[in-house]
Design a binder for this molecule. Sequence first.
Ligand code: A3P
Length: 297
Amino acid sequence: LAESLHVFRRFPLQDVRGIPLMEPIAQQWGLIESFQARPDDLLIATYPKAGTTWMQEIVDLILARGDTAKACRAPTHIRIPFLEICSPPPVPSGVTQLLNAPSPRVIKTHLPFQLVPKTFWEQGCKVIYVARNAKDNVVSYYFFDRMNQTQPEPGPWPEYLQKFMDEKLAWGSWYDHVRRYWEERHNHRILYVFYEDMKEDLEREITRVATFLEQPLTAEQMAVVVHHSSFEVMRDNPMANYSSIPTAILDQSISPFMRRGEVGDWRNHFTVAQSEAFDTHYRHRMGDAEPHFRTRL
Ligand code: A3P
């Protein structure tokens, strides 16, 4: 990777079926679209910054039956490859990594429902979807786009917030993303999990995930999973905090990957006027339809 860093830069977004994606992803779209899922693949799907890494850690700890040494065998992105991630050659893409991975595979994606390769649905794969309230989600995304040197320049916060509301950020509309997986959850094997619920009662949500995976945990194993997926432990765990990614890609001196990990941090970043305008637009865009989110606990 070190020798290939020169290929990274802030990539522009390019449309794929109406969804803005980073240029290298759009350019390799054929490969991603024709990806062959296996029946025992598990997909972790999220809008960016909804708690993907947190769920990845939880799932890996559950599958390792609470064996933390096993869960620390490699950094997150190696343990659970990112389906659509594409860098210019020679850096291997998510698809290449997955082709060589033994079953059962756990796979991360940010793709909206309609762009997920159709074999995942044909094979009846299980999917865990994590959703986070829009206000905390956009704040987290803003800080991430400042430090992630492959995403477009976020620019100033007010403009960034507007881009989120205009559904122009990478991976497209948050509104459509959370709603479509919600609507599809009974048509497919989709477990829908809220970030806010995980913050409220982590053990309860881990139990839901373990049950969904048919991997019930003993009390001791559960205690380990809860502890090792806490914000503080993950923040200090080099296998879970993305510190293995070079600064030329993720510059954690600008903003750490494990940044705040709270519900309601948006109040430190939205002005009152921004919050009101956002709420009005939100009601207009989402109506009364589910899913309903909590913006504070
Ligand atoms: P903040 O930027 O609000 O801190 P993703 O993995 O989808 O990129 O999401 C990253 C967000 O999840 C960040 O939010 C990060 O701090 C938060 N996060 C990661 N692990 C967490 C944990 N164990 N507990 C709470 N939040 C966590």
